[in-house]
Structure formats: structure tokens, C-alpha cells
Design a protein around this ligand. Structure first.
Ligand code: HEM
Length: 203
């Protein structure tokens, strides 16, 4: 009798520890850098389904990027309606950061996402993610004019389609072609075209 109760108690606490660890840290509510999420997947289906549950910090508006062309930086301050929502977004960013750092191509049919992968892998921009409770701050900093154009276009897609409409089917390849043809990308143009020719997948 005593032994069974002991086994029961031990099992619950192990499960509790695993559950806490699996859900992005020990419930402390803050996640620094890229590892706070601790989760595994891209969470794209969750983000698409819950797109309306994310707001611009302190408002009821759709999250919007704050851009600074002089600094080539983009900052997001996003409130999720739940801590789970904030953790899912943080995990999404950790997942994508890891993919891009490992020279992978999520959404490999879309030239804009290929350009972003190229810029991240070659360290032409950095991303910092910090979560405090239900608020996620994303800071992206580019070190070339071309990379800034790419992260700017990506942030437009995240704002105008992903968050505002939960729409993820739009192909941003035409926008990517315009960026490649722009003055900002003159010196990188042939490398970008070669990269896309080598990496683009069929939809
Ligand atoms: C459709 C499939 C999606 C793919 C392939 C994708 C991929 C990515 C990638 C590669 C990044 C950049 C990561 C970095 O710079 O380190 C990113 C950032 C981000 N994603 Fe997604 N994502 C998708 C859908 C979504 C959805 C549906 C949402 C929200 C509703 C979302 C919200 C964000 C946010 C807020 C950022 C950071 C801001 C930014 O990069 O400008 N994503 N995503």
C-alpha cells in the first residue's frame, strides 16, 4: 500500500518536471536569446490559427514592425493573449533561427524566404528575441542595405498577411525579384541569383 502511494507521488513529480521543462523553461515567464522556447516545431499551424490573438504591445492593433532605416533595424513588441501564445511564437523564432543558421531553406519555393535564409546564413543580419510573460520583443539588425530591404519585406508579410489575416499562401517571389534588381542589392545581385537558382524548390 505504502509503496504504491510512493510510486504514484514520484511519477506525478517527474511528469510535472518534464511538462514544465517541455513548455519553455520553468514557468519563470522570461526567455532570453533563442533557447527560452525549448520547444521543437515551427508552430506555423498554431500561429496561423491564432493570428488574431497577437496584438501590438499595449493596444488592440495588429502587431506592426517599428523600422529605422538609418540603423537598418526592425523591432517588434508583440503581446499574446496567453503565455502559451507567447511561448509558441518564441519557439517559432528559435526553430527558424536554427534552420537558417544550419543553411536550411524553410518555404524554399518562395524567393523572399530564400533571400532571408541567404542573409541570415551569411550573417548580414541578426535576430534577438526576448520574452517576458506574454510579451515578445524581436529585434532584427541588418548590416547591409540589401539585407535591410529583405528583412523589411519579410516584416511586411508577417504584419499584413500572417498576423492581420492568418494568410500564409501568398508567394512573395516578385517582391524578392524587385529587391534583387534594386540599387541596394547591386553588389550582391549575382550571388543572390546564383543562390536562388541553386536552392529554389517547386511549391
Ligand atoms: C508560412 C510559414 C512561415 C514560415 C516559413 C516562417 C518563417 C520565418 C522565418 C524564416 C523568420 C525569420 C527568423 C529570423 O530572422 O531568425 C520568421 C520570423 C517571424 N515569423 Fe514566421 N514563418 C511562417 C509563418 C508565420 C506566421 C503564420 C506568423 C504569425 C502569425 C509568423 C510570425 C513571425 C514573426 C513575428 C517573426 C519575427 C519578425 C520578423 O522576422 O520580421 N510566422 N518566420
Amino acid at each position: 500500500m505504502m509503496k504504491n502511494r510512493w510510486i504514484q507521488k514520484t511519477t506525478i513529480s517527474v511528469v510535472a518536471i518534464v511538462a514544465l521543462t517541455g513548455c519553455g523553461g520553468s514557468g519563470g515567464g522570461t526567455g532570453k536569446g533563442m533557447n527560452g522556447g525549448g520547444g521543437s516545431g515551427s508552430n506555423i499551424p498554431y500561429l496561423k490559427e491564432n493570428h488574431a490573438n497577437y496584438k501590438e504591445h499595449g493596444s488592440t492593433q495588429t502587431p506592426a514592425p517599428v523600422t529605422d532605416a538609418a540603423k537598418k533595424s526592425i523591432t517588434w513588441t508583440i503581446d499574446a493573449t496567453t503565455e502559451e501564445g507567447a511561448i509558441k511564437l518564441q519557439e517559432h523564432l528559435a526553430f527558424m533561427e536554427e534552420k537558417l543558421r544550419n543553411d536550411k531553406n524553410p518555404r524554399g519555393w518562395d524567393k523572399l524566404f530564400l533571400l532571408e535564409a541567404y542573409m541570415k546564413y551569411n550573417k548580414y543580419y541578426t535576430t534577438l528575441v526576448e520574452r517576458t510573460g506574454t510579451t515578445v520583443v524581436v529585434s532584427k539588425n541588418a548590416n547591409t542595405a540589401c539585407a535591410y530591404e529583405v528583412i523589411l519585406a519579410h516584416s511586411d508579410a508577417v504584419h499584413g498577411d500572417f498576423f492581420a489575416r492568418g494568410k500564409i499562401e501568398v508567394d512573395y517571389s516578385t517582391r524578392a525579384e524587385e529587391i534583387i534588381a534594386s540599387e541596394a542589392c547591386r553588389s550582391e545581385r549575382s550571388d543572390l541569383e546564383t543562390y536562388i537558382a541553386q536552392r529554389q524548390k517547386n511549391r
